[in-house]
Design a protein around this ligand. Structure first.
Ligand SMILES: C[S@@+](CC[C@H](N)C(=O)[O-])C[C@H]1O[C@@H](n2cnc3c(N)ncnc32)[C@H](O)[C@@H]1O
Length: 262
């Protein structure tokens, strides 16, 4: 059922945290925490979809206010999240799950998916399917929070994402090339990942992953949500509490579905 291509986030799991080392997940967790408190009277039980290696879920767990469950389609990413959960002595639960095929019936106060994960859904039908599947986890009071990046963000991001390279502490060398097709609104990141021997030079294995993301405007996202019975409680610009607008680079949506059967 997954919209994402096979093999994506398999080898990248080995180096994901280093590639993302400049992302401040503690700050992001504070933002999600503030959003939840703003829009829900008593958020306790929360589910992160597409949690990756669990960095955000673990930062939220360390606030000691939530019972948190993280899920992701990639077993390799979840393996890393479980390891970090143990090392950081956290209490989050992690499991493998495709958010287009939600298999649990438990309900959560807040369900969220961040860091462009929704941009892996390439068609209106896939986003509609995501919104429909999420209902399995929600009550009429629950919040569904997700972010997405916009065409302006992709146009700007090319300058720092394209031709990025680095060597990780666990002896992987990576190259990233990045391109954006304006007409199709498709952003492609290609990763070439080389596993090096202890001498730091000899290449033991080489892998490639191609990540294709559909980039949405605010208006396109509105048109999709309008086809559902979700209500938009808020839409925020970046990591602020200001209203999202046509020039926003990243938009965080806060939805609720009061018509869900509880
Ligand atoms: C950009 S990463 C973000 C990971 C994490 N949220 C973070 O902030 O670091 C996108 C994640 O979405 C996950 N993903 C993509 N499609 C998915 C799907 N259909 N179901 C569950 N996870 C999915 C990928 O496996 C990957 O871990």
């Amino acid at each position: 059922m997954a919209a994402i291509e096979k093999g994506v986030y398999t080898k990248l799991a080995e180096i994901y945290d280093e590639v993302m080392s400049e992302v401040d997940y503690d700050l992001w967790a504070d933002y999600i925490d503030a959003l939840m408190l703003q829009h829900h009277p008593d958020p306790k039980k929360i589910m992160e979809l597409a949690c990756g290696t669990g960095s955000l879920a673990l930062s939220l767990d360390e606030l000691e206010c939530y019972e948190i469950w993280g899920t992701d389609m990639s077993s390799q990413m979840i393996e890393k999240a479980r390891l970090k959960n143990k090392l950081r002595m956290c209490n989050a639960t992690f499991s493998v799950m495709d958010f287009l095929d939600i298999t649990m019936s438990e309900k959560f106060d807040v369900v969220f998916a961040v860091f462009d994960s929704i941009n892996y859904l390439h068609t209106t039908d896939e986003v509609l399917r995501f919104l429909s599947e999420c209902k399995k986890l929600l009550t009429p009071q629950s919040l569904l929070i997700f972010d997405f990046t916009t065409p302006i963000n992709s146009e700007e991001a090319i300058s720092y994402l394209h031709n990025e390279q680095g060597i990780t502490n666990n002896n992987f060398r990576f190259y990233r090339s990045s391109r954006y097709n304006k007409e199709e609104q498709i952003h492609v990141n290609e990763f070439q990942i080389q596993q090096l021997a202890e001498d730091g030079k000899t290449i033991l294995k080489e892998f490639r992953e191609t990540h294709r993301q559909k980039i949405y405007t605010l208006r396109q996202m509105h048109d999709i949500i309008a086809q559902t019975d979700y209500e938009i409680k808020a839409q925020y610009d970046g990591f602020e509490f200001d209203e999202a607008h046509d020039e926003s680079l990243r938009i965080t949506m806060v939805l609720q579905c009061p018509s869900i059967q509880s």
